[in-house]
Ligand binder design. Structure first.
Ligand SMILES: Cc1cc2nc3c(=O)[nH]c(=O)nc-3n(C[C@H](O)[C@H](O)[C@H](O)COP(=O)(O)O)c2cc1C
Length: 188
């Protein structure tokens, strides 16, 4: 069975981001995908120090809860980011996690990047926010997270913004569209 590693970028283990990931997990279980949710809020992941130690050691020199995630990321067939908007962008929790992925990148002599991210992956980006018109506001964040997944070798990426989460996410037409996109991208 293929596996989607799901990163919950909210500090809330049972909030909207978690609900969205659980709904996606249900959907993809009928498509031959198992899933595992990583709740970043439960982990102690330090910010990247920019020390370049990883370029000498071949791995991040910080040993914390990020350490076991590198292998999981490399093994996964698909990756999902679900994250709330905090002050018009993704949470610091998710950004710290993303910055630590620098340990998987090495610049070749010709200036191109060698990215050690295991097999090519499918991707899902599920941004969610309180503002009812957030689907009009936060495309920058959605695009940025899509580019991050692309940097790490993902293609066929489903991405969406689910706004107005204070009214709940179940039954949201924006979530419905994202689920359709997930189905399409995984089927490619
Ligand atoms: C510190 C903080 C900042 C927030 N900033 C925004 C914002 O700029 N725009 C917005 O639409 N919602 C904002 N929200 C609302 C959350 O994005 C929204 O409630 C989200 O669905 C929470 O997801 P979660 O339950 O997975 O944590 C903010 C919430 C918090 C706690």
């Amino acid at each position: 069975m293929k596996k989607m590693l799901m990163i919950n970028g909210s500090p809330r283990e049972n909030g909207s981001s978690a609900e969205i990931l659980n709904i996606i997990a249900d959907k993809i279980s009928g498509m031959g995908y198992g899933s595992e949710i990583i709740n970043l809020g439960k982990l102690k992941i330090s910010h990247c120090r920019g020390c370049m130690g990883c370029k000498k050691a071949g791995k991040c020199v910080i040993d914390d809860d990020m350490t076991p995630l590198y292998g999981k990321l490399q093994d996964a067939d698909a990756l999902a980011f679900a994250v709330p908007i905090y002050f018009s962008t993704e949470t610091g929790l998710l950004k710290n996690f993303i910055d630590r992925l620098y340990a998987l990148m090495n610049r070749r002599g010709d200036g191109t990047w060698d990215v050690k991210f295991g097999k090519p992956k499918k991707g899902v980006v599920a941004v969610n926010c309180g503002a009812p018109d957030g689907n009009m506001l936060y495309h920058g964040t959605m695009t940025h997270l899509t580019v991050v997944l692309g940097t790490f070798g993902a293609s066929d990426i489903a991405a969406g913004i689910i706004p107005g989460t204070h009214s709940g996410v179940k039954g949201s037409p924006f979530l419905g569209s994202l689920l359709d996109d997930v189905e399409f991208q995984l089927s490619l």
